[in-house]
Design a protein around this ligand. Sequence first.
Ligand code: TYD
Length: 217
Amino acid sequence: MEGLDGCGKSTQLEKLAKVLRAHDFSVVVTREPGGTAVGEKIRDVLLDTGTSGLSPLAELALMFASRAQHIAEVIQPALAECRVVLCDRFTDSTEAYQGGGRKLGSGPVLELHRILCGDLKPDLTILMESDVAASVERARRRNNTRAGRNGHWKTDENRFEQESRAFFARVRRAYLAIAAREPQRVVVVNARGTARETHARILEIVRQRLKLAAKTA
Ligand code: TYD
């Protein structure tokens, strides 16, 4: 599942997992950066607004370090057991954020993916399409609310959410370029409506791919 910060990926992943489990699939829901103990430590470094001066290449390397561990420890073992892996972000995020947003280009990202991730590709990638302004605003509101619930009324933005509109416009463009390059794998879903509407769109696509019965899906 891919998309801009605040486009509602996590909600959609949970809803999809619920439906698939109701169809007796064994489902693993995971995320990047993170998904393993080591990966979560790397995630802390990457997202902490206190992390300053991280170079774009170091950022790229950390994203892939987290991913290589995630594949070895979680994804490959799950696939070997024929489980369904629903992942909140994968290499398309790196191509969009570090390749597009940070202007490192797709070349190094795809090369590292080949070397470090054995070129592992999702069977299906849902790209949730939303507007830059609305998504980033939603991510900021969400994080502020989250922090508020914990009783700390401080901002809990991550390091990426502090980026400029221009950064996210580049991320969005890079995502759409990936979808245009790999239309079989990447399906673009309009995520501007309600969570319920987006869920119905996603379900329709997954239902077709997995040939699930419509009535229960
Ligand atoms: P997260 O809070 O999970 O974002 P969201 O829930 O909004 O998707 O933070 C992940 C951040 O890391 C997000 O801003 C995108 C960024 N990211 C990259 O820049 N490159 C990557 O390869 C990945 C996986 C994430």
